[in-house]
Design a protein around this ligand. Structure first.
Ligand code: C5P
Length: 397
């Protein structure tokens, strides 16, 4: 609940601004008071009338408005909230914030405020991936701003990728967690993700097809519920979500070390596709092509990180979740795996090539617990992540 909480809501100029209208409703339903600020570009997408009618509050638009300054100066406005929320946070607004511009009401409020700020970025995927935006994001995170999203998906411009503004309820959850009210606030959760790369020599390695999409979605969903997330990732295709602590590794052995160093944790989710074997003695120099002679690689077994953490006598997280990617007898293999590894839950999925799940955007999982097996319908990896995060929050309550 957000009763009595005051949100200063800055609406930037992007197509996602229409979702912000619903966000206002959701916040008010939960008892929050919303003071809206509409940028000039924002007013091209939603009207001041709809914003103020939904907020039940006058909408502020102009820095140089004498009446407004007489009623409530912009400095006072910037300090009159428990949280400042920017949704959608466009590439331009993020750049202004990162560089400290103050040339309109929204950017001036953001410079003058002494309250925490949460941004919900939304923009074209190329703009999001652009080094300038990523530099600005890194700056904003190091300045202590909180970020929710963006989510991967279809974009209004017809492209696909990260850039969609989080859905209103995800933003509500992020607001609750920013105000110390998320169901996972105060919990430390470890997530492993992505493939590992096992070197053959300095230029060659053994890898697998994991994109890291499911692990990144889980970390994002957990952070959205207020968890303090440590994200240990191999070289994945998808970038790690904003707002989590990222530890980048390459090999299984490095992943185990990073995981053990990150303990204690309340829960650990092992979504990484860890290589089972490594090359026993990787060559220190590039193996040369030698006419007629083929190199022979000898393998050594990698540590099983999930089993090692599940079977720890000390510092075992109270909830350990593993994944089982199978191509046949999915549930039977996964149930046996749960017992063998000693974890609490297994998320099992069918990764036969025909399913398109490995590297795809959807997943169809079975959740295997001590109580039995739940079959979840096929849904986006983000939706799987949110459902799992809700279950984790319930289990850690
Ligand atoms: O044994 P298998 O690789 O099928 O088990 C999958 C589960 O175990 C996943 O949760 C994966 O992250 C984890 N795992 C691990 N370390 C390994 C191999 C798998 O943590 N070396």
């Amino acid at each position: 609940m957000l009763s009595g909480k005051r949100i200063l809501l800055i609406i930037g100029g992007g197509i996602a601004a229409y979702k912000t209208l619903d966000l206002i409703r959701r916040l008010r339903e939960r008892g929050a008071a919303v003071t809206p600020v509409l940028t000039r570009a924002g007013a091209e997408f939603v009207t001041p009338l709809s914003v103020s009618a939904l907020a039940g509050h006058k909408v502020h638009t102009d820095l140089f408005d004498l009446t407004e300054e007489a009623e409530m100066g912009h400095i006072q406005l910037s300090r009159s909230a428990d949280l400042v929320v920017v949704a959608p946070a466009t590439a331009d607004l993020m750049a202004k914030m990162a560089h400290g511009h103050a040339n309109d009401l929204a950017s001036t409020l953001l410079m003058a405020t002494d309250t925490p700020v949460l941004i919900a970025p939304a923009m074209n995927v190329r703009m999001w991936d652009h080094p300038a935006t990523q530099r600005n994001l890194a700056q904003l995170l190091s300045d202590g701003l909180r970020v929710v999203g963006p989510n991967p998906g279809d974009m209004a411009c017809g492209e696909y990728g990260p850039g969609r503004m989080s859905e209103p309820l995800e933003i509500v959850a992020a607001i609750e967690s920013a105000l110390g009210q998320g169901p996972l606030t105060g919990k430390h959760i470890l997530v492993t993700s992505g493939p590992t790369h096992e070197p053959i020599d300095p230029v060659r390695y053994i890898a697998n097809r994991s994109s890291g999409a499911q692990g990144a979605a889980i970390a994002r969903a957990l952070a959205g519920l207020g968890a303090d997330v440590t994200f240990v990732t191999g070289p994945a295709d998808v970038p790690p979500p904003a707002g989590v602590k990222v530890l980048r590794i390459e090999t299984a052995q490095q992943m185990l070390q990073a995981v053990e160093d990150a303990l204690p944790a309340d829960a650990a989710i092992f979504a990484a596709a860890v290589a089972d074997w490594r090359v026993a003695s990787a060559s220190g120099s590039k193996i040369k092509k030698d006419a007629g002679r083929l190199p022979v690689l000898e393998f050594a077994e990698n540590p099983d990180i999930l089993a090692t953490v599940s079977q720890r006598k000390t510092l075992r997280p109270s909830l350990v979740v593993g994944f089982a990617a199978e191509t046949d007898d999915v549930v039977a293999h996964a149930t046996a795996k749960r017992a063998r590894k000693g974890c609490d839950w297994i998320m099992a999925n069918d990764v036969s090539p025909a399913t398109g799940i490995m590297g795809g955007t959807e997943n169809a999982v079975h959740l295997i617990t001590a109580e039995g097996v739940e079959d979840w319908p096929r849904m986006s990896k983000q939706a799987v992540a949110e459902r799992l995060a809700d279950r984790i929050a319930a289990a850690l309550r």
